[in-house]
Structures are given as C-alpha cells and as structure tokens.
Ligand binder design. Structure first.
Ligand SMILES: [Mg+2]
Length: 261
C-alpha cells in the first residue's frame, strides 16, 4: 500500500493508455471518475498531443461513459497558447497540424518572414520542404517552442514518428534551444497546478509512458504513478521510484482503502 494515497487531493491523468487505447475502451473509467467525484478529489487530463481540439478528447472520454468539462482537458495546444500569452507574443509561425495553426493564428498574427516565435507540432502531412522553409525563418532572436519531445508513438502493431523528430532536425541545423511545452518538461504540470491552485505534494500523475508521464512528474516534484494498461516500462527503470497500478479499478480500490484507514 502506498501511504501517500491518503493525502492525494488532485490527480493528473494521461489519456491514451489510461482512459482508452487508441479506439478501444479501457475498464474502470466510469468507476474511478464516479469515485473521485463522490469524494471530491479533483482531477484533470494532460496529453502531449497537439493534433486535436479538447472537444475530441471529451468525445473519446464519453465513449468510456466519462463526461467531463473541457476545461479539465489539457492538450499541448492549450498549453502553447498559455505560454505565448504569458510571454506577450506578437507574431508567430506554426509548423504543425491544421488544428494547431487555426487555434494559434486566431489569436496571434502569422509572420512568414521573421516571426518572433516559431511553434512546432506534429502533423503527418509535414514535408521536408515545410521543415526547410521553417529553418529558413529562424534568426538569432527567434524563439522556438515545441509541443512535445516524443520521437515516436507506439501504436498496437506499428509506430508513428512524432514531434521530437522534427525538433531534432531543426535543432541540428540551427543550434538553437527548443523550449518543450509538453511532458516531461515541468511547464505543463506547473501551469495546471497553478490553474487548480493545488500543491505538488498532494498531487499524483498517472500515466503509461515512462519517458513523458513518469519523468515529467519526477521533474515537477509530483507523485508519479505508472499504470499497466498502456505502454511497457523500459528495461532500465527502477520500479520503486514510482507507484504502480494494475488498472483504474486497482487505483480506485487502493485509494478507497487509503482514505478509509
Ligand atoms: Mg499515454
């Protein structure tokens, strides 16, 4: 039993591998959310993905009978918007999905010559020419921010390249630092904790990916927990550094017991 569970009053959940696996439902989604609502334990969802609007995640959660407000769902698009706002951005250039472009260009002026900020996200339609064009826009004072560092996303029987591959190409040819907004950087975690006015010590992150969810929580001094319903752990990992749950049902049972004792 993990003693810390007694004090947890805020849970940040990863989405894919925790509440669904691609298009498949995962057991226990409604049970855990009903329990947290009943006990007044707050929670939110945090995904590294920048391809879709929060509405799509709300719909995916609804398939597992979980009905949550969109303001509980944090995508890297939402966090990038927040970062640009905090940094008083004036003009930007976006290399990423249509969704990311539409969202950011609705708030910030597009500059295709000499942008103050360049925003990198993932989209399967990005070409090498698009990446070359973006590199050509980068000047000494251009700030580069990226949605996430993942190089590939494991799917059921294959993988897909992700944003981290584009980041690598851009940083190799520009020698510039890229600010990562998503996990495992602490920016997203800290923004979420500020929004909900929660303390790190009483917060738990539950995810299935060691390199992003677990390391992100460790980097942010939040209690990390790995759940077995998604990705496998890398072989080198020391399992006593984080909590482990078999499933959302297992999490609910352990929380119930800890809060009762
Ligand atoms: Mg995941």
């Amino acid at each position: 039993m993990y003693k810390i569970l007694k004090d947890i009053d805020f849970i940040i959940f990863d989405l894919d591998g925790v509440f669904y696996r691609e298009d498949e439902n995962i057991l226990g989604t409604k049970e855990i959310i009903d329990y947290l609502d009943l006990k007044n334990i707050q929670y939110c969802f945090f995904t590294n993905n920048s391809n879709y609007k929060t509405k799509r995640y709300k719909e995916k959660l609804l398939k597992g009978s979980v009905d949550v407000d969109e303001n509980k769902i944090f995508t890297t698009t939402k966090l990038i918007e927040h970062y640009l706002f905090e940094n008083s951005a004036k003009d930007i250039y976006v290399l990423g999905s249509t969704q990311l472009q539409e969202t950011l260009y609705s708030k910030y002026k597009k500059n295709s010559i000499s942008p103050e900020f360049i925003v990198i996200g993932m989209d399967n339609n990005i070409t090498l020419k698009d990446i070359s064009n973006t590199i050509n826009l980068i000047k000494n004072n251009t700030q580069i921010i990226a949605a996430n560092p993942d190089k590939l996303i494991p799917l059921k029987d294959r993988f897909e390249l992700e944003c981290g591959v584009i980041n690598s190409i851009i940083s190799e040819f520009t020698n510039k630092e890229i600010k990562i907004i998503g996990k495992p950087n602490s920016y997203g975690y800290e923004t979420i904790l500020n929004k909900f006015k929660k303390e790190k010590e009483k917060t738990m992150m539950i995810g299935d990916t060691y390199d992003t969810d677990i390391l992100g929580a460790i980097n942010s001094n939040i209690n990390p927990a790995w759940i077995k319903t998604g990705n496998d752990l890398p072989k080198f990992v020391v399992k006593k550094d984080f909590m482990i749950f078999d499933s959302l049902i297992d999490l609910k049972e352990k929380l119930e017991k800890a809060k009762r004792d």
